[in-house]
Design a binder for this molecule. Sequence first.
Ligand SMILES: *[C@@H]1O[C@H](CO)[C@@H](O)[C@H](O)[C@H]1NC(C)=O
Length: 220
Amino acid sequence: MAVARKFFVVAILVLIATFSNSVSADPDLLQDVCVADFNNAVKMNGFACLPSFTASNFFFAGLAKPGVTDNLLGVNVSAANVMQIPGLNTLGVSMARIDFAPSGLNPPHTHPRATEIIFVLYGQLDVAFITTDNVLVPMTVKQGEIFTFPKGLVHFQKNNGKVPAAAIAAFGSQNPGVQAIAASLFAATPPVADNVLAQAFQISDQEVDEIKAKLAPKWA
Ligand SMILES: *[C@@H]1O[C@H](CO)[C@@H](O)[C@H](O)[C@H]1NC(C)=O
């Protein structure tokens, strides 16, 4: 009877642990604030805390203005994560601003550590994510509307309009991370071997080299 009860308690604990992992993003915090101390030599999950803080550790004005979109893809992603706002350390959230020229593309990428939710400030975006079963989930999102990109899934945003567009993105991590598919494969340092990419994409070594040449210097 006692053994059965012990098993029951263990089963409940495992269930609780599993459930709380599945609903949380970054680890939960153990104090009110832990402003990142970037100069601390201690390596840990996140950053060590500064001994004291001010309001400015939680402030950032860097998303107020559009980023310059005069580049290869016609896009500019301005981050507002723990690197720009050290007060976000341990708080599990961050933001970004994405500006698009007409025809601008935020190319296929993933955020390994966060779900993303975007709010369109102006213009219109054709967006999509792709599930692990390779199902494309597309949507046209207009000014004032919201779309969600589940954690870790490949997604992109394209401005097919004739005027600029902009969106604010929110993330469930202080440091969502970004891995751009094309750049990670074709602009890695040192490079991914041509024969790997040629076989994976079923193209020639020469075509691989052409793509590599176009993506270097790295634009992401
Ligand atoms: C993004 O815009 C900022 C100015 O807001 C500029 O300094 C930066 O070079 C731009 N980045 C790209 C990739 O164009």
